[in-house]
Design a protein around this ligand. Structure first.
Ligand SMILES: *Cc1c(COP(=O)(O)O)cnc(C)c1O
Length: 429
């Protein structure tokens, strides 16, 4: 095992130690060597992974950071005086600081670690929603939300009687800003909106949205699950009240989620789960709670996964989010051009500002058939409603095929995709 790790790290890029990003050209071939999953064939062909929007592959640096934690300093955090517990706690809390920096807050008390991005949104709906919102208060969502940013608010509606309003989108998949503004009023208390649509790739002008919402004295929760992998995010510059992301989509592990919340706001919110770690003191009569973030982190956390996320953040930060974004924009434009040239293929979501996500349909094939056929050629793409049924309905569709790019994708990947789509046409056209 050790030998494998050593030989791999000797051939992998030294992104963990890279110095000046701006001078370092983005070398995708070098970067790909960091991802062991690409060392194999599927159906006898190289793996063309175009499903990073659902979950991204992991670089060796993340896998190694997690193995090293288990192999050399693993223990439970926050409770022990012994050396392993202290080392684990140090690594765990230092990962929290990296997450804070990644979102550009210098206050790691604003970083709450949850079990998933979905859980982070549920946390706000339960804790903030049930304490501060009442019947008749309005929450605005957009028409292109992921189910994770719809259903928690519906549960809140059914519990306390808040009213959900839906901001429409235009035919190209952009947010209809005018219609959105018209929904804002004195009853608006919260806007929960995606930063980038996972189904369409639309980049929402979220800063503009936040400014408008704040003029009305309401709060904004941003679903940043698709923004954090594709662009640098600065919660201070945005002025977001809450910002949520999914570590497994940023080349980190599954099993954790991140909620950024303004510290003053978090400390007004009651715990939503009780247990160890979140208390200051417990008697059978009365329990007092820690401040944020620990008050929202009942129970043993995902220690090693959090350390893995810290390594993932080191990894993308060393490459430079701007460099990653520029590389992916190149892929987006090339793929859009090539897909548009295919007769009988229609791209769904053509907003001027998009991230590297492309949904499409074909006249000759159901999305599921597209997915099955291209898989035979080693191409992994996603088909279905992408956990965003309302936006599929908006376009009169039940499903699309979706390609979503990561930092390791290449133009050759797109060429293979185009060949594979050619095979779909031959087969079914
Ligand atoms: C993936 C995703 C989520 C949910 O993330 P989980 O990891 O499944 O909790 C929410 N919103 C968007 C936009 C997503 O892409």
């Amino acid at each position: 095992m050790n030998a494998v790790v050593i030989s791999r790290s000797s051939q992998s890029s030294e992104v963990g130690q890279a110095g000046d990003n701006s001078l370092m050209a983005f070398d995708v071939e070098r970067v790909r060597k960091d991802f062991p999953i690409f060392d194999q064939k599927v159906h006898g062909r190289p793996l063309i992974y175009l499903d990073s929007g659902a979950s991204a592959q992991k670089p060796q640096q993340v896998i190694d950071a997690m193995s090293t934690a288990y192999e050399t300093y693993y223990a439970n955090v926050h409770r022990g005086v012994h050396v392993m517990s202290q080392r684990s706690t140090e690594a765990y809390e230092s990962a929290r600081e990296k997450i804070a920096k990644f979102l550009n807050t210098n206050n790691s008390n604003e970083i709450v670690l949850t079990g998933s991005a979905t859980e982070a949104i549920n946390l706000v709906a339960y804790s903030y929603g049930r304490k501060f919102l009442k019947a008749g208060d309005e929450i605005i969502l957009s028409h292109m939300e992921h189910h994770a940013n719809i259903v928690p608010w519906q549960l809140l509606r059914d519990d306390v009687g808040v009213v959900l309003k839906i901001a429409p989108i235009l035919d190209d998949g952009s947010l209809d800003l005018e219609a959105f503004e018209a929904l804002l009023g004195s009853k608006t208390k919260l806007v929960a909106m995606t930063h980038i649509s996972n189904a369409l790739g639309t980049v929402v002008p979220i800063k503009q949205v936040i400014n408008k919402v704040h003029e009305h004295g309401a709060l904004v929760l941003v679903d940043g699950c698709q923004a954090t992998p594709h662009s640098a995010v600065d919660v201070q510059a945005l002025g977001a009240d809450f910002y949520v992301f999914a570590p497994h989509k940023v080349y980190g592990p599954t099993g954790i989620g991140v909620l950024y919340g303004r510290e003053d706001l978090l400390n007004t919110m009651p715990p939503w789960q009780g247990g160890g770690d979140m208390i200051a003191s417990v008697t059978f009569d009365k329990t007092t709670f820690q401040k944020a973030p620990l008050r929202f982190e009942a129970g043993t956390p995902a220690i090693v996964e959090t350390i893995g996320l810290g390594a993932a953040i080191d990894y993308v930060s060393a490459l430079g989010m701007e460099n990653i974004a520029a590389h992916e924009q190149g892929l987006l434009h090339y793929a859009t051009e090539r897909l548009n040239a295919i007769e009988g293929l229609t791209i769904i979501g053509t907003a001027p500002d998009k991230a590297a996500i492309i949904s499409f349909i074909m006249d000759c094939a159901h999305p599921h058939d597209i997915g099955t056929i291209v898989d035979q050629m080693g191409v992994a793409l996603r088909t279905g409603h992408h956990c965003a049924q309302p936006v599929m309905d908006r376009f009169g569709l039940s499903a699309t095929a979706r390609v979503s790019f990561g930092l390791y994708n290449t133009r050759q990947d797109i060429d293979t995709l185009i060949d594979a789509i050619g095979a779909v046409k031959e087969f079914l056209g």
